[in-house]
Design a protein around this ligand. Structure first.
Ligand SMILES: [Zn+2]
Length: 197
């Protein structure tokens, strides 16, 4: 009996210690300098690691090098970086950092981020802010519709204080959003596409 208990305990511990993972691919159509793109991805990873979600980057140009037999991971999410919004939608408000696909019933799989918006910032922080834009738009793919909040990373518009927080790595998801994202990530990893809400 004691042996049986020990096995169960170990199994539970493993469950608790392993954060859910999200497979993400980045399609850069804006020609972001590699250094800034690397920085942006690192920043996004950090933001999600803080809420205990692990990001796994999938590179469509090197599918065979990434295990999985070269097949596209199930429930892959895409962050597409565009120079600006013109090719997508004319009616977006000025200074829009990006848009995400999806409806009330079905979360989308593609988020767009507009790299041109980072050019108002000093080059020193462009990669970092791009990572925050990406983390915000990816958040829309994981949270219910209309998921903007009054505080934090999911604010609809960022003011000077928000940007300062971002610069110091302090612009985050709220605890409620973190819980929702973790459970959505767990669903995605389990192959659940659109659970009833
Ligand atoms: Zn938003």
């Amino acid at each position: 009996m004691a042996g049986f208990l020990a096995v169960v305990l170990v199994a539970n511990l493993q469950l608790v210690s392993k954060p859910p993972t999200i497979s993400v691919t980045v399609l850069d159509d804006a020609g972001v300098p590699p250094e800034w793109l690397r920085q942006a991805k690192g920043e996004l990873e950090r933001i999600y690691r803080e809420i205990e979600v692990e990001i796994v980057w999938w590179d469509p140009r090197r599918p065979e090098s990434q295990g999985n037999g070269g097949t596209v991971p199930q429930n892959l999410l895409t962050v597409a970086i565009r120079r600006n919004s013109t090719s997508l939608q004319d009616a977006l408000p000025e200074n829009t950092m990006g848009i995400a696909s999806g409806t009330a019933l079905e979360r989308g799989r593609v988020a767009y981020v507009f790299y041109g918006q980072t050019e108002q910032f000093t080059p020193l922080v462009r990669g970092r802010f791009l990572g925050h834009f990406m983390a915000h738009e990816l958040g829309h793919l994981l949270l219910p519709q209309y998921s903007h909040s009054a505080t934090g990373l999911m604010r609809a518009r960022w003011n000077r204080e928000d940007l300062e927080r971002a610069q110091h790595g302090l612009l985050r998801f709220t605890p409620e959003q973190a819980t929702l994202i973790r459970s959505r990530a767990t669903e995605l990893a389990a192959g659940v596409t659109n659970p009833p809400r």
